[in-house]
Design a protein around this ligand. Sequence first.
Ligand SMILES: CC(C)(COP(=O)(O)OP(=O)(O)OC[C@H]1O[C@@H](n2cnc3c(N)ncnc32)[C@H](O)[C@@H]1OP(=O)(O)O)[C@@H](O)C(=O)NCCC(=O)NCCS
Length: 164
Amino acid sequence: MTGLLTRLGLRRREVALRRARAGDAEALARLHAQSFRVGWDAAEFERLLANRLSRCLVATDGPSGAPVGFILLSGVAPETEILSVAVASARRGEGIARRLVEAAFGTLAAEGFTTVFLEVEEGNVSALHLYARTGFREIGRRKGYYHKADGEAVAALTMRRDIA
Ligand SMILES: CC(C)(COP(=O)(O)OP(=O)(O)OC[C@H]1O[C@@H](n2cnc3c(N)ncnc32)[C@H](O)[C@@H]1OP(=O)(O)O)[C@@H](O)C(=O)NCCC(=O)NCCS
């Protein structure tokens, strides 16, 4: 029954995780554009994915399906930074971002990374829940770091998680 519903498109396929490939750049740019006010285009993603300091995991709809989320990090061991994490707006709240963050920790630890940093807008409730749930703690606050569409200045919280 489950298989039939999946084939008819009435049931979502299991989300699978894999490393991003150069061919994902367009899909990642689309996900980014629906998640952030200032989007990164496909050319920017191509550049980021080609950079040897980048690590990017994508969540796909089934093992060969379209990307529905990604996490992108950059850094030199033992420290790295989450540059971006986003999930398709229609797929939020399913635990996809949490799986991406936790899978990234596993890959990073195996490569000798010990510490992950990030910056997040102070009022970004979803992201703050995600990071609290995945073990990050606040280590600093940068006043007026971001600017909203209406020009309002918002602080950035700097967070840290040790993974080894
Ligand atoms: C932030 C974001 C990536 C979270 O993705 P997601 O797949 O919906 O997150 P998850 O389903 O894995 O949720 C992780 C945890 O946060 C909680 N959470 C997520 N969104 C929440 C919300 N709006 N309110 C309350 N809790 C929330 C979940 O309940 C879960 O906690 P739990 O495991 O205790 O239930 C997603 O909302 C997004 O793409 N936002 C736009 C881009 C963005 O802001 N990225 C972060 C920039 S720093």
